[in-house]
Structures are given as C-alpha cells and as structure tokens.
Design a protein around this ligand. Structure first.
Ligand SMILES: [Zn+2]
Length: 363
C-alpha cells in the first residue's frame, strides 16, 4: 500500500497559491535566481521566481523522479527571465524557464532521483522592496531511500555500473581502506534523539559502499576491517591496534591507504572536513589534496583544510596515505547527515571520485 501511495504522490502534487482576486491578465515572471543552501537537511538548491502578482502553481515529478516541473498558471516569462540556468550543484543539473501555452513552465533537471516529500514549493508575499515570489527547493543530493538495516544506514547496497574510464584508471590498483575504530574501541560518541551514535559505525557505513564502488570498477580493495571488530585485539593499546592496521596495508603492498574517521569537539558549532597526511613520500600531500578537493566539490561541508601531522597510520604505512576526518559527530546537523540513508554513501562517492582523480594525476 505504501508503495502505491508513493507512486501516486510522485506523479502529481498540487500546490495552491492564492490567486489575485479577479485578475484576468497574465502574471509576469520577471526574474529567476538559484542558490545552493547547506543549512537544510538534506542540503538543497533554492530557485526563486519574482512575480508581478500571485499565481497558482502545480508541481509534478516524473516517474523516474529526476525531473521536476512546476507550471505557473496564467503566467508568462518577462524580460530575460526565460532560459536555461546551469546550476551543476551536486544533484541539481539545470533549472529552466519557458513559455508553455498560457502558462510559464519551470523545469528542474536532476542527476539522481529525489523523493517528492523532500521538494518544497511555496509562495512568499511581496514585502517592502521585494516582489511576490514563488520558491522551489529541491534537494541537492539524491534522497530516494536506499534499503537499509537498523542503526547507521548507508552500508553496502546496489552499486551503479562503473564507467570504462574509471575501470581503466583503477586497473591493477590496490587500495587499503581503514574504517576508523571498531569492536572495543567505539571512537567518538555523538547523541541523536537521546541515543548514542558511535564513530566506529559511521566509518564502516562510509567504507563499505566505497569498497563496493572501487571493487565494482576493478580495483583490488583490502579492508583493515569490514565488520564491527578490533583489528589487533580487544582493548589493545593504540600503537598495537594502529600498527596492525598499517601491517595490513604494508603486507598487501597497497598503492594507497585511506583511513576514515569522524571528528569530535566540545563546541557543538564546530564542523568540517580535514585531510591529514604525513609527508613521507612525494605523493602523500597530493593524495590528501585530491581527496580533500573531491569533498569540497561534491559535499556541502565546511573546509578545515589539508594538514600535515604525524598521525600513526600516516607515519607507519609504506605508501601514500591520508586520514580523512569527515565532519564532526558533535555537530547536530552533521550527525543527522552522517546517520541518514544518503550521507555515508555520498561521502563514499566523493572518496571514490577523489581516488580516481589521484590515480589519473600520477599515471
Ligand atoms: Zn577517529
């Protein structure tokens, strides 16, 4: 039953806005602008249409849920408002406005499907110098829920087919992934809806889909752990536990080592991603820069930079290695994202792209 309802709502949803009483002449859409917003969960792209008067708007999502159409009844684009606007912000490709019979038609093209529930269409009344407006918010990430088990979501599910170019880049490459903490070491602890969330579960939720994407593209992926366990032994000291992880990469003669962690701080406002490297080879910095850059391009997350440090796993691995801190478990907004159905997978996709970019640069 739920499936049928979802299908119907995806096809057609009505948003009724007050019509100017007795107005027979067409409303004009005088301007269109878009802005990427990261202050929502999920992050979204906002399109604002300036109107000469209020309109009735009808929004519908196509069957594959990747094209949103909003019809502004009895309206027409004016001035240079009509046209196609290239957004290219994560999941949102283009926004376009055109005349469609007696109506104006706004079309938002997406790269991946979204849920109708995550789309918002609403009116803003004229206010001071601001005209009447129609606002359309579309998630800038895919929000169609993946199948997930309990607890932290986003672990391995279906993986899209890898491109031929990715396969070429990753052919023969050995990649060691290290999901931080595990077993007796829970890592940093966050609180969500009164429940504890462990860093060890989030690092695994990111690492497993990343592993699957890389393997799917032909890379050989070595995991320090792929379940909730200690790698050395329960309650081992830090050096013993971390050296065991380095040994896994060194014995496999991996091309790169990537350790995945979630940060924490006493100030809950702090958030952002940091790439840590130790300059033991000529390529540690390059790997850190490339992975960091991919996070900046593909994720809506504050930048805490690429930093040189003598973290154990970076010092004691024999290959270029990076420890990525993917955001702060102590930040409520970030924790929401890290425990969502899409968040860990989006980070995994960013890391996948960064790894491809790195090998492209060195080969
Ligand atoms: Zn950690």
């Amino acid at each position: 039953m739920k499936k049928l309802l979802l299908f119907l709502t995806a096809l057609l949803t009505l948003f009724l806005l007050p019509m100017a009483a007795g107005s027979a002449s067409a409303a004009e859409v005088t301007a269109l602008r878009t802005a990427a917003r990261t202050d929502g969960n999920p992050p979204f792209v906002r399109t604002v249409l300036d109107l000469s008067s209020s309109v009735k708007a009808v929004a519908s999502l196509n069957k594959s849920r990747d094209t949103l159409k909003v019809s502004l009844k009895n309206s027409t684009p004016a001035g240079d408002a009509a046209g196609t606007y290239r957004v290219n912000r994560q999941n949102v490709d283009t926004v376009s406005l055109k005349k469609d019979g007696g109506d104006a038609l706004l079309t938002v093209k997406l790269k991946n499907p979204v849920a109708m529930d995550d789309i918002k269409v609403f009116a803003l009344k004229a206010n001071g110098s601001l005209p009447q407006r129609l606002v359309v918010d579309v998630p800038s990430v895919s929000t169609v829920k993946a199948q997930s088990s309990s607890g932290v979501k986003g672990s391995s599910s279906s993986v899209p087919a890898a491109s031929a170019s990715d396969k070429k880049v990753l052919k023969g490459k050995v990649i060691c992934l290290d999901p931080g903490h595990g077993g007796s070491d829970v890592g940093a602890i966050g609180t969500l809806n009164g429940q504890s969330v462990y860093e060890k579960d989030i690092t695994l939720a990111i690492s497993l889909p990343l592993r699957d994407m890389l393997r799917n593209a032909g890379a050989q992926v070595i995991m320090t752990r792929s379940t909730d366990k200690d790698v050395a032994r329960a309650y081992a000291g830090d050096a013993e536990e971390l050296q065991t992880r380095c040994d896994v990469a060194n014995k496999a003669d991996a091309d790169i080592f990537l350790s995945i962690h979630i940060d924490s701080f006493s100030n809950a406002n702090v958030d952002g991603t940091t790439a840590y490297y130790y300059p033991k080879s000529g390529r540690d910095l390059l790997l850190a820069q490339t992975l960091h850059q991919s996070m900046m391009v593909n994720m809506a997350i504050p930048d805490r930079g690429v930093r040189s440090n003598d973290l154990y796993v970076n010092v004691h691995t024999a290959m270029p290695s990076v420890l990525m801190e993917m955001g702060f478990i102590s930040n409520a907004h970030r924790l929401n994202m890290l425990t969502s159905s899409w968040g860990p997978k989006r980070i995994a996709e960013s890391m996948y792209q960064g790894i491809i970019d790195y090998f492209k640069q060195i080969d």
